[in-house]
Write a protein that binds this ligand. Structure first.
Ligand SMILES: Cc1ncc(COP(=O)(O)O)c(C=O)c1O
Length: 393
């Protein structure tokens, strides 16, 4: 069946799926490291790319490929590359596109280690970097140098929930021959399609919304064009941060319910955001669905929904936020996000702890910022949980 013509919800279930010789309804787990050849010529043909046969799981595997085809279709890309983790996707992109002397312009409030690995490690190999507020296109423009090779955007940003205008950023980057990669983890292709807005690469931590059940770590990269896809796949195969077949099977299972999960999560998120905005103990809140969010209008144009991530500050700063985190009972105090269960964490001391104090201030990762990933529990229970915890602050 040509799944390309199907709607998004049908694609979630059917894109990339195939029936094996036993007509299994779900894609089987091909838990093997290697594949046998019919004869020596067949082996040589597989290595020469003249036969479609599988060779070795780091290079390709039917379960992983089913997931890659599924996500490539969801993101409207040429092809996808599964990776061991979201950071495996990030570092594969960096390795493929940044050589010695190259420069990257990146959002200052991106996932902490995606920034940390540039500042601490890629810099050792002569990669230059500028971290700017990508919500402000002028800041991106000012940071561009003749050797800028990559513009790295995360929108909504983690954990400030700032929104970047993907279309405008891509137009600017392409005028300067710069490749644009967008971290779409917070939205998933259900809510935002960066390739349709002009990006060259979109990538995810599959650990989050796409899998949705907090039981795997994984990543994926999707390229819009064949040439870039091949470059990224070659880098992944050579460097070795490949996905595992069992991981791919679990994501294929989780992804089928992506849209129903997110619908429920963002419905809860909108209500909780309104509740927190009006709570006397809450100093500030950032959620793209609130009219008070500085890029609410932009969010409406490039996102299909406002997602399930909110950040807020409790009156009394860090100590008050700590009290809240120590007293919630239904929300779980844990890093990660996007699963069916609600999670709460403190980025300044957890996910973004390695960013310098100065970098955190510039990026807006304040000490009072509490990040809340909304799950699919009953709204009433989540509200009561916050109410009783805020009462103790
Ligand atoms: C927005 C974002 N991108 C990338 C990553 C890295 O993904 P992983 O933890 O799967 O390596 C994370 C992890 O929290 C994230 O939140």
């Amino acid at each position: 069946m040509d799944t390309k013509k199907l709607g998004f919800n049908s694609k979630l279930i059917h894109a990339g799926a195939y029936h094996d010789e036993f007509m299994s309804v779900t894609v089987p787990i091909y838990q093997t490291s290697t594949f046998s050849f019919n004869n020596a010529q067949h082996g040589a043909d597989c290595f020469a790319g003249e036969s479609d046969g599988y060779i070795y799981t780091r290079i390709g595997n039917p379960t992983i490929n089913a997931l890659e085809k599924n996500i490539a279709e969801l993101e409207n890309g040429f092809g996808a590359i599964g990776t061991a983790s979201g950071m495996g996707a990030v570092t594969t992109i960096y390795m493929a596109l940044l050589e010695q002397g190259a420069h990257i312009v990146s959002g200052d409030a991106v996932y902490g280690p995606a920034r940390g690995v540039i500042e601490s490690h890629f810099s050792r190999f002569g990669v230059e970097y500028s971290y700017v507020n990508t919500s402000n296109i002028e800041e991106i423009e000012k940071a561009i140098r003749p050797n800028t090779k990559l513009l790295y955007i995360e929108t909504p940003a983690n954990p400030t929930i700032g929104i970047t205008d993907i279309k405008a950023a891509c137009e600017l980057a392409h005028k300067n021959n710069i490749i644009v990669a967008v971290d779409n983890t917070f939205c998933s292709p259900y809510l935002q399609k960066p390739l349709d807005l002009g990006a060259d690469i979109v990538f995810h931590s599959l650990t989050k919304f796409l899998n949705g059940h907090a039981d795997i770590v994984g990543g994926v990269i999707v390229a819009k064009e064949e040439q870039l896809y091949k470059k990224l796949r070659t880098m992944m195969v050579n460097m070795g941060p490949n996905m595992d077949p069992h991981q791919a099977f679990l994501v294929l299972r989780g992804i089928k319910t992506l849209s129903v999960r997110i619908d429920r999560q963002q419905e809860n998120a909108m209500e909780l955001a309104r509740y927190l905005e009006n709570h006397p103990k809450v100093e500030w809140i950032k959620y793209p669905g609130l009219e008070s969010h500085p890029q609410h209008e932009l969010a409406k144009t490039q996102m299909k929904g406002f997602g399930a991530m909110l950040s807020f500050g409790v009156k009394g700063g860090y100590e008050a936020g700590r009290k809240l985190m120590d007293n919630v009972k239904l929300a779980t105090l844990a890093v990660s996000l996007g699963g069916v269960e609600t999670l709460i964490q403190h980025p300044a001391s957890m996910t973004h702890a390695k960013i310098s104090a100065e970098g955190k201030i510039k990026a807006g990762i304040t000490d009072d910022l509490v990040r809340y990933s909304v799950g699919i529990e009953d709204l009433e229970d989540l509200r009561n949980d916050l109410e009783q915890a805020l009462a103790k602050v």
